[in-house]
Design a protein around this ligand. Structure first.
Ligand code: GUN
Length: 298
């Protein structure tokens, strides 16, 4: 069994990005600038955005965090997006999700200039992804592809079962794993809350990608011997013994499943850190495209 070490790989990627940024600096060029908009005070969202901003500093990017009140109207957010679209200094920006209920998420995501949409959530970019065109691939699926690639995991002709059909992870992942090329060329089953016989389907999977958000959902008896297991779950579970009062638990019962798997991601330290690294990579690509120095994303 091999652990897909997202912490290590994400650090490698950040080091590679930092070297690119240094080259830009040495050449007197503008460095990438990422902005993140957060609406409201959700603790988990603030933690994620905080760590995105810290990672920007680490690789030498400029970053801007835009905090807006939980009472922000959709129009106010759309105005802010217009400002970021027009601000030539910003290469890419993200709107942290989820948004408060008074705001229509899809309308907001459609207002982002696709050339600055480093999350890859705009329908134009999502469509380009589905059509194998160059685009910004959403960071979490992109991070999973990168892990599979760096650990040389064979995906061709394999049965990949994705659990969860979210727009951020499950849906794009199902498309990417079925694309021509590697990682890809899998036969994909996308399972969700209405799937019948989900345990039977999972038991046939060569590769399981779980993005469900149910702690320890996936047990050893549910997976095939030598399965590749990717855990996208990051649920906060109360734990008084921890300084923060909680710990992060994945969808996979790691201790048991790791005994059967050929490759497995831990939580924490698997997919989570990869997400941030790939957001940085998309931001670097956005800067390169804007400066015209390199065309062609993944
Ligand atoms: N909320 C959970 N994951 C993500 C993500 O990848 N991007 C944004 N913007 N919000 C999220």
């Amino acid at each position: 069994m091999t652990i897909l070490d997202g912490k290590k790989v994400s650090n490698d990627i950040k080091t590679e990005i930092a070297a690119e940024v240094q080259k830009m600096k040495d050449a007197g060029e503008k460095v990438p600038h990422l902005a993140a908009v957060i609406v409201g005070d959700d603790g988990a969202s603030l933690t994620y955005v905080g760590s995105k901003v810290r990672s920007c500093e680490r690789v030498g990017f400029e970053s801007t965090m835009v905090r807006m009140s939980h009472t922000t109207s959709e129009l106010e957010l759309l105005d802010k997006i217009k400002e970021l679209n027009q601000n030539d200094d910003i290469d890419g920006f993200i709107i942290q999700l989820p948004l408060p209920p008074q705001i229509n998420t899809q309308r907001v995501l459609m207002a982002v200039d696709p050339s600055k949409d480093v999350d890859g959530f705009h329908p134009e970019n999502f469509g380009r992804m589905a059509l194998d065109m160059s685009t910004f691939i959403p960071a979490t699926p992109f991070g999973i592809l990168e892990l599979l690639e760096r650990y040389k995991v064979d995906t061709k002709g394999k049965h990949t079962v994705v659990i969860g059909r979210s727009h951020i992870v499950g849906r794009p992942m199902s498309i990417l794993m079925s694309r021509k090329g590697w990682p890809g060329n899998s036969t994909v089953t996308l399972t969700h809350s209405n799937t019948k016989n989900i345990t039977q389907i999972i038991s046939q999977a060569d590769i399981v990608i779980s993005a469900l958000g149910v702690p320890n959902f996936l047990k050893a008896e549910m997976v095939k011997d030598d399965a590749v297991v990717i855990d996208v779950g990051i649920t906060r579970v109360e734990d008084a013994s921890r300084p923060k009062g909680y710990r992060i638990v994945g969808d996979v019962d790691f201790d048991e499943v790791s005994k059967k798997a050929s490759f497995i991601t831990p939580v924490p330290g698997g997919v989570g850190p990869m997400t941030i690294a790939m957001l940085l990579k998309n931001t670097l690509l956005a800067r390169e495209q804007r400066s015209g120095s390199k065309i062609g994303q993944r």
